[in-house]
Design a protein around this ligand. Structure first.
Ligand code: G4P
Length: 342
């Protein structure tokens, strides 16, 4: 039965490959949380240099309906008046795609620190380039690995530095120990909770302690003189560029259950076979010939090399696709950054 299903899927895919080179797949994917409310058109994301360019004719239209964000945006706008700075957390593997353009727009004018999180999974060189690039745009960026805590200790000194003039001004006005307030923002899955848990330790304070602050907000004391406000809502990633959607899906920011994972894995393989990281090549025991195959065939080879077969000895490409995606997300295929600064 599974064999038949697999063959049918494969035939569909082959038809698609034969009939629609460069076209869109029939896989139209919906976020079933809020299908009735399509998102407003998002501003175009900044163009990025991708390393390397995909050569695949396979695409899938990721129809992503981010849901209703007006309430969250209003809350952020209101609470921004209460903070001195903004800390934006992004994914170091996709520093462009993991930024919601609304955040930059909403928080423009506030001093800002960017945390390039998950840098343990990103290419070191690329992360350094991002830090330099953002610094050239006068944005302080700190590479962090919130899972292990690496780099997190640079956060408070960076804030002190960023806000030194403001702190001095408060002191000049007679405030002995001014407390600086920072708002934490970021799309889901970039590691906000992990960061907050790591930095706040046991210093959580409830919003009830702060008159005028939106109910449900969380304040955290991170060190003497610094308090942080967790974002009062969820800002979904926004995109009208399918490449952005794909990159969010590769990293797991968009869940697998809304898309065809075989197509997604094929698109990822387009990139991986060009990058040829030693971890990728060795893990799946790939020869140069394997690496020159079209990605949908490469997926079959990976399935076979991993012993993922269905009855009849056919490659279980669905299982292989899930494995490739999981292993990419766990950085088992190497430390890989998918977006570089221009
Ligand atoms: P969010 O609040 O922004 O939605 O993100 P959250 O902290 O829940 O983190 C999302 C996932 O990313 C979690 O994995 C978390 O462990 C992982 N993560 C966060 N920061 C880092 C980091 O610097 N490096 C690495 N490698 N992973 C990080 P999960 O699998 O969803 O949960 P868990 O099983 O790890 O608890």
């Amino acid at each position: 039965m599974k064999n038949q299903k697999n063959i049918r899927k494969k035939n569909n895919k082959s038809n698609y490959i034969a009939n629609k080179p460069g076209g869109r797949s029939g896989a139209r994917l919906k976020d079933n949380r809020n299908p009735a409310k399509p998102a407003k058109p998002a501003p175009k994301p900044k163009k990025s240099k991708t390393a390397p360019k995909s050569d695949s004719p396979h695409t899938q239209t990721i129809q992503w309906f981010p849901g209703h964000m007006t309430k969250t945006k209003r809350q952020i706008e209101r609470d921004l008046r209460l903070v001195d700075a903004v800390a934006e957390i992004i994914d170091a593997r996709i520093p462009i795609s993991s930024r919601n353009p609304d955040i930059a727009q909403l928080t423009a004018g506030k001093p800002r620190v960017i945390l390039l999180n998950k840098c343990d999974m990103a290419d070191r060189n690329a992360t350094k380039k991002w830090v330099d690039h953002l610094s050239s745009e006068k944005i302080r960026a700190i590479p962090v690995d919130c899972k292990s805590g690496r780099g997190v200790d640079q956060f408070v000194p960076a804030l002190s530095d960023l806000l030194s003039d403001r702190i001095a001004a408060y002191k000049a006005k007679g405030m002995l120990n001014p407390s600086m307030r920072v708002m934490i923002v970021g799309i889901p899955n970039v590691g906000k909770s992990t960061f907050i848990n790591r930095i706040s330790k046991k210093n959580k304070a409830q919003s009830a302690d702060r008159p005028g602050v939106t109910r449900g907000n969380q304040w955290f004391t991170v060190s003497k003189g610094f308090e942080m406000l967790d974002t009062p809502g969820v800002l979904w990633p926004k995109f009208d560029d399918q490449t952005v959607g794909e990159r969010l899906a590769f990293t797991g920011a968009i869940k697998d259950n809304i898309m065809d994972i075989e197509l997604l894995a094929i698109r990822l393989l387009d990139l991986l076979k060009e990058l040829k990281t030693p971890a990728f090549v060795e893990r799946y025991d790939l020869s140069d010939d394997d690496l020159s195959l079209p990605s949908y065939e490469l997926l079959s080879v990976i399935a076979k090399h991993r012993g993922m077969l269905i009855s009849g000895g056919e490659a279980d490409t669905e299982r292989a696709a899930a494995t490739v995606l999981d292993e990419f997300r766990a950085a088992k295929l190497g430390r890989i950054t998918l977006e570089y600064p221009l």
